[in-house]
Design a protein around this ligand. Structure first.
Ligand code: 4SX
Ligand code: FE2
Length: 362
């Protein structure tokens, strides 16, 4: 199915990194309590309609916009390109792809210069920009860092039905794959792709899409992630903790997934690894490996596979989702097919035995 998205004949825009996202939230005050009160993000600007937030090491105007709206959704994910000239490249690239393209004058989004906004071939609203207002970088403002201090935006994770097609689309855009999850029939369940020298700027999760799975912010230390758990406990809001804390297999990062007041999923993430060399190898995990998503073998909660945020089109309407037709990872791992393993040698033995027995008894 990967051939369903053509690759344009011209070079893609030079993308530096994932840069900001805008989430539609239904109650700005409640969201503020979570993002500012608990996560400690810095408010660059706020008014009746929106809150513009950044993390302590960021000097661009915002890495997250919370905009008030009738229904929770993701309205844009934005990538920063290397120069203003790359906007023309982006425009030409997507015009050739035949998707909807909008040129947005500087200031269309507060703090952001001229931009190109598209509905990408996977159905996501995506923006490219270079210029943005600079604001104070709070790196050394230890007087305002809380114990859970978040440093910067790290990645987006999007849900899309056809991972092979999505992966080749993003490869066309110049992203490389650091890690992926596959089965013995070569079905891909997920892929982690990067432009900056980390494990990812965007991860592709197989499922009904387009939907936003999560946005991740980085901390410097694991202790900061643990403090966020303690903080939520003290507020009697432990139900905002969906999954973790734990150590990912994929990426090796220490993680925590939180749910904001609208159910948007936010990951707090630290300690992945450098991927900047041109020959950085791709690590492929077996979908049956119990340690792939949590290195300690902690099972993934079903909601993490099932739930994700809706996305808007460029007119602000909620997009319909397309169902994933390939096998779902949640069926493989929660449906107890008996083929998962912690030690591969033992599993290989069991696999032959169990498969044979079931086959003969049916
Ligand atoms: O659950 S996984 O270990 O596959 C994983 C999920 C690894 C890195 C991530 O950022 C993530 O969201
Ligand atoms: Fe993530």
């Amino acid at each position: 199915m990967s051939e369903s998205i053509p690759t344009p004949s011209i070079a893609p825009p030079d993308i530096i990194r994932c840069a900001y996202a805008e989430l539609i939230v239904t109650d700005l005050a409640k969201s503020r309590d979570f993002y500012v009160g608990v996560l400690g993000l810095v408010v660059t600007h706020e008014d009746e309609d929106a809150i513009y937030l950044r993390a302590f090491e960021e000097y661009l105007h915002h890495s997250l916009i919370l905009r008030k709206g009738p229904e929770a959704a993701m309205s844009v994910i934005a990538y920063r390109v290397r120069s203003v000239a790359e906007l023309d490249v982006a425009e030409a690239y997507y015009r050739e792809l035949g998707v909807r393209v909008e040129r947005r004058p500087a200031g269309s989004t507060r703090g952001i210069g001229e931009a190109v906004r598209i509905l990408d071939p996977l159905g996501f609203p995506v923006e490219f920009f270079y210029e943005a207002d600079h604001v104070e970088r709070f790196t050394r403002r230890y007087d305002v860092h809380g114990a859970g201090a978040i440093s910067r935006l790290d990645h987006f994770n999007v849900v899309t039905p056809d991972i092979a097609a999505a992966r080749s689309y993003y490869e066309g855009l110049g992203f490389k794959v650091s890690e992926d999850i596959k089965d013995e029939e070569d079905t891909t369940y997920a892929a982690w792709m990067y432009r900056k020298a980390t494990v990812h700027d965007v991860a592709l999760t197989g499922g009904d899409g387009p939907r936003l799975h999560h946005i991740a912010f980085a901390t410097h230390e694991r202790s900061q992630i643990l403090h966020l758990c303690d903080h939520l406990g003290a507020l009697r809001e432990s139900d905002k903790i969906e999954r973790g804390p734990g150590r990912h297999g994929v990426s090796n990062a220490f993680y925590l997934y939180l749910l904001d007041p609208d159910g948007h999923r936010i990951e707090i993430y630290t300690h992945d690894y450098y991927t900047g060399d041109p020959d950085n190898p791709t690590l492929t995990w077996d979908v049956h490996d119990n340690q792939r998503r949590d290195w300690w073998g902690t099972p993934v909660v079903p909601s993490w596979y099932a739930n994700a945020s809706k996305v808007l089109d460029l007119d602000g309407n909620v997009r319909d989702v397309v169902e994933r037709l390939e096998t779902r990872e949640s069926d493989v791992t929660i449906g107890a097919d008996g083929f998962s393993y912690t030690r591969k040698e033992e599993a290989d033995g069991q696999k032959v035995g169990a498969g044979f027995k079931l086959g003969n008894q049916a």
